[in-house]
Design a protein around this ligand. Structure first.
Ligand code: ZN
Length: 139
């Protein structure tokens, strides 16, 4: 069995964003030389997510609105977490809803997606360097 590991780095200039990272994960799979196996992609921060869905801008605005209704950024004082002096209580909750990681099957050297599936990095507390881990095992 072969094993591959890579960190993808992101510095998102805004507090929140969704970034399609499918091509970067594809590049990792090609670089790994693995054709049959499993691809794990996870955010390495507790205020960011990795998830799979459609690359459709209306949907992404819907996520933004829905997440802001569930866990508004302001008022900052509504979150006990922010008593630590941070202002990202909402970002922890948004990450929980959108998830930490995805696992995609690798088949014949390709990411074995269903129709319209794409991989996204969801940032909820940006403006600093953050990482995503890509781990691939197989042969
Ligand atoms: Zn925090």
């Amino acid at each position: 069995m072969k094993s591959y590991r890579k960190e993808l780095w992101f510095t998102v200039p805004t507090r929140r964003a969704f970034i399609n990272i499918t091509q970067q994960v594809n590049d990792c799979l090609r670089e790994s030389g693995i054709s049959e196996g499993l691809v794990l992609v996870n955010a390495m921060h507790i205020t960011a997510s990795v998830f799979i869905n459609d690359d459709e801008s209306g949907l992404h605005r819907d996520y933004e609105q829905w997440l802001e209704e569930l866990a508004p950024h302001e008022p900052i004082s509504r979150y006990l977490h922010n008593r630590t002096g941070e202002d990202n209580g909402d970002a922890h909750l948004k990450r929980q809803v959108m998830g930490r990681e995805v696992v995609v099957a690798a088949t014949e050297g390709r990411l074995d997606f269903g129709p319209w599936e794409q991989i996204f990095y969801g940032e909820f507390d940006g403006r600093r360097k953050k990482r995503v881990l890509v781990k691939i095992i197989g042969e």
